[in-house]
Design a protein around this ligand. Structure first.
Ligand code: DUC
Ligand code: ZN
Ligand code: ZN
Length: 492
């Protein structure tokens, strides 16, 4: 006998999508959204009162490093148990993380092992994966053919970290050519690794060992140059490019120029660049400054203001976390010169509320907030409309956000395993009250519900190989009819 449908009615909230907002009820059954409108509760149905709250599509974080290894053996602080709990508590119901094959290991095997390892940790939320490529040769590039069939729709290359992660221009360009044929999105960490290495050598030779020199040796032009180069090569190859963790106005100019020229280029910034700036590295004691070391580094207040503006005007399309936490009393490596400090910050739990603070500061509308934190990353991930919207047939991934609440970020209360928080003590308006992931109420009145775990691997769709070049990929969203119908009903 089949089980009775698991049904929940989320009643009376302001349902927000990238296309519009309206007061509506949303019915969830067996993991999907089945009805939107003015709805009556059925017998025995769980009713969740969302009056006075926003009902948002679950957050989609397109850039996390959960349970990841850097520099050969240094593991990030969160495994999938804690990292996905942090995501869920912060309203993110989908993450796209990274898999890197060992040298000589077949890509398909690495992805299989990655999936097994993640599934064994029983994540709270759904997850997909990007494939990291390091200086791929023709043999490795031939393996890309298998990625779409494995549900992997993107590859990432580093233009920084020579000798460790960096790919040269030939490898980058050849990858772009193959990616264009296969419909894979090409992600780049855009910093000029060789120039940075020289600047680092010079700084160390001059005795500059303090953490602030991490920032001084990675000036915005090293980012802008790499962004410019990647956009030009992507245009020649006809590839769709996604610049991860864009941090500076100078690099943003290159994205805007390329987009205006018709390049298929998309830019992401990350929560930390919106809240932290270079002054936190300058002159602070080593243990204090090390908390803020990430690559690219945090920038000036002007850069920060420019990033907020660009999220509003569309110059930047995605807000991700680049969640990459290292324990301050451990893997972050505070001792020695600045080159030893591990690059990366936590943020998967704070990303949504930092993004929401942009609504209050007038940087963008609530719809745009949904767009940059959920809808556009879902589209670029090849997961829309299953993820990233509130429509009949979409996964029942919802966030109930109480605008009258207040959130204080602190390592004492967060769900990540990392032992500090670069946002410690920052307060923002609004609070995430409830989160549904695949219809499971993973957060109830601010409390995680362990019995509701149950994330699944997401097989992602590729970009149509020839038809989707350019910004079309995330341009104006078709209205989501059910919500708009309700809005018409409300005003008539
Ligand atoms: N780049 C990332 O995307 N994450 C962490 C470290 C880095 O350099
Ligand atoms: Zn990076
Ligand atoms: Zn990253």
């Amino acid at each position: 006998m089949s089980e009775p449908a698991r049904r929940t009615l989320v009643r009376g909230g302001t349902v927000v999508t990238a296309a519009g907002s309206a007061v509506a009820d949303v019915r969830l059954a067996d993991g999907t959204i089945v009805e939107i409108g003015r709805l009556e509760a059925g017998p025995g149905e769980e009713v969740v009162d969302a009056a006075g709250c926003y009902v948002l599509p679950g957050g989609v974080d397109f850039h996390t490093h959960i349970d990841a290894v850097f520099r050969g053996s240094i593991r990030t602080a969160d495994d999938w148990r804690t990292g996905s709990a942090a995501a869920a508590a912060g309203g993110t119901t989908t993450v796209v993380d990274f898999c890197r094959a060992e040298d000589g290991q077949p890509l398909a095997e690495a992805i299989g092992e990655w999936r097994d390892r993640v599934a064994a940790q029983d994540p709270w939320i759904d997850y997909g994966v990007h494939a990291i490529l390091v200086q791929p040769d023709e043999e490795r590039l031939a393996e890309l053919d298998a990625l779409p069939g494995l549900g992997v729709a993107s590859v990432k290359l580093y233009l920084a970290y020579p000798g460790r992660m960096m790919s040269d221009d030939r490898a980058l360009f050849r990858t772009m050519q193959r990616a264009a044929e296969l419909g894979l999105l090409v992600l780049v960490h855009a910093e000029n690794g060789h120039a940075i290495d020289v600047l680092v050598e010079e700084a160390l030779a001059a005795g500059h060992v303090e953490p602030e020199w991490h920032g001084h040796t990675r000036p915005p032009l090293t980012e802008a140059e790499a962004v410019s180069r990647a956009t030009v090569l992507a245009r020649i190859a006809g590839a769709e490019l996604y610049v991860v963790h864009l941090s500076s106005l100078r690099a943003l100019e290159e994205v805007r120029r390329a987009a205006a020229d018709g390049a298929g280029v998309h830019a992401e910034t990350c929560s930390h660049y919106l809240v932290l700036d270079e002054s936190m590295l300058a002159g602070a004691p080593r243990e204090e400054a090390a908390r803020y070391v990430c690559s690219p580094p945090t920038r000036s207040k002007d850069d920060q203001a420019g990033l907020w503006r660009a999220l509003g005007d569309g110059g930047i399309e995605v807000l991700a976390s680049d969640h990459c936490p290292f324990a301050l009393r451990g893997e972050k490596i505070v001792e020695g010169d600045f080159t030893h400090i591990m690059n990366g910050l936590p943020g998967v739990e704070q990303r949504l509320m930092i993004g929401y603070s942009g609504v209050a500061r007038g940087a963008y509308s609530i719809e745009r907030f949904v767009d940059i934190t959920s809808t556009t990353p879902a589209r670029l991930a090849g997961l829309y409309p299953r993820k990233g919207g509130i429509a009949i047939g979409s996964d029942a991934d919802l966030v109930i956000l109480d605008p009258a609440g207040r959130t204080r970020f602190s390592a004492e209360t967060h769900h990540s395993a990392v032992d500090y928080l670069p946002y410690e003590g920052i307060e923002v308006d609004g609070a995430i009250r409830d989160v549904f992931a695949g219809g499971r109420r993973v957060l109830r009145d601010g409390e995680l519900q362990p019995a509701a775990r149950g994330g699944r691997f997401l097989a992602r769709s590729t970009i149509a190989p020839t038809a989707s070049r350019g910004r079309r990929l995330s341009e104006p969203h078709p209205p989501e009819p059910h919500v708009l119908e309700q809005r018409r009903g409300a005003t008539s």
